[in-house]
Design a protein around this ligand. Structure first.
Ligand code: TXA
Ligand code: MG
Length: 320
């Protein structure tokens, strides 16, 4: 029997019993558990094979609940929360002492967001506790944007994937921390940096682990297919280097008429970066299951969501 279902009351019962449930959000599917259940939180880390030093995001149903989770809200954080929640933005703020150390990996800050998906908002409203939810993929692999992706990863490990269809935005939330009450982007994501800057002015990006020990999840290699993947500005040149192999290409908008390639996925024929982002991980899952020797991805224009897409493509590759 499939573990994919729309049954919210079953999700409530499982979560109250310290079990995990995969939940839909507008970014990616999350592997969720009660933030106050040590058993549930430990099993999130074990199921994902995620190291304990990598903290989790807390999901709440409304902006009003923020003050139960964090102890200090800078005015720019308040403004961002009011503008973008529910939505694809995570804020990292000083935590309340009631937030367990397991969630925050012992840090004095906690990551929190209000997701924008009707099913998960309804679920959160029915629960007496917030949900910790990392992306529902084994550590390092491609994040899931469809219930089937989660079921393929975890059908033997969890009882329920709450079916919310394909994720509308398709890449993870943009993570924003604060230094001296000023916003710093720790992870590029589904909310474009230009949209953040329109509200709070110029922001700094610190999204590599070298410059940001504060964003411990930003590993160089992450979101990775098991097929060897290359990222390039000159796709035809890169294809020539791999002639004779089974080649899959992932392109933004142009249709490559090239019979040396085995598979091609065009992310947005109209050149729409929002559409491209929403389809990115599904395309990577798809290519990764076609028995290819290599995947060659085309670099996106470096602005708006193109910046976030490039970040994910870069982390999907071994080098270059
Ligand atoms: O869109 C999303 O954010 C999805 C959905 C399910 O909400 N969740 C997600 O979670 O992407 P995860 O665990 O895959 O990524 C969480 C990131 C990690 O890079 C982690 O290091 C960072 O958030 N993080 C969590 N708490 C933090 C903290 N206190 N300080 C800095 N970074 C933190
Ligand atoms: Mg993740």
């Amino acid at each position: 029997m499939s573990i994919i279902s729309k049954d919210i009351s079953k999700a409530v019962a499982l979560l109250k019993a310290d079990k995990l449930v995969a939940i839909p959000t507008e970014t990616v599917y999350g592997l969720a558990g009660n933030i106050y259940s040590e058993k549930a939180i430990k099993s999130i880390f074990e199921t994902k094979k995620r190291p304990f030093f990598n903290p989790l995001i807390v999901h709440i149903p409304s902006v009003e609940q923020l003050e139960n989770i964090v102890s200090h809200i800078p005015s720019k954080a308040k403004l961002l929360a009011k503008t973008f929640w529910p939505g694809s933005m995570t804020l990292v703020l000083k935590k309340q002492s009631t937030i367990p150390d397991l969630i925050t990996a012992g840090k004095n800050t906690v990551a929190v967001r209000v997701p924008n998906h009707p099913i998960t908002l309804e679920l959160l409203k029915q629960l007496p506790f917030p949900l910790a939810a990392p992306s529902a993929n084994p550590f390092g692999s491609i994040s899931p944007t469809k219930p089937e992706h989660v079921a393929r990863y975890f059908k033997n490990d969890i009882d329920l994937v709450l079916d919310g269809g394909a994720c509308a935005n398709g890449i993870e939330s943009t993570i924003i921390g604060f230094e001296n009450d000023d916003p710093i982007i720790y992870r590029l994501g589904a909310l474009a940096i230009e949209d953040v800057e329109a509200v709070v002015g110029k922001v700094t990006i610190k999204n590599s682990k070298e410059i940001s020990p504060d964003a411990p999840g930003m590993l160089d290699r992450h979101y990775a297919p098991s097929t060897q993947t290359f990222l390039t500005d000159t796709i035809s040149e890169e294809i020539k280097k791999h002639l004779g192999k089974r080649i899959g290409v992932l392109v933004f908008k142009s249709d490559l008429k090239d019979d040396t390639i085995t598979a091609q996925i065009i992310l947005s024929k109209h050149g729409d970066m929002v559409e491209a982002a929403s389809k990115l991980y599904d395309a990577m899952h798809n290519l990764d299951h076609q028995n290819l020797d290599v995947i060659i991805a085309e670099r996106f224009p470096d602005f708006g969501l193109g910046k976030s897409i490039n970040d994910r493509l870069q982390r999907a590759t071994f080098s270059s």
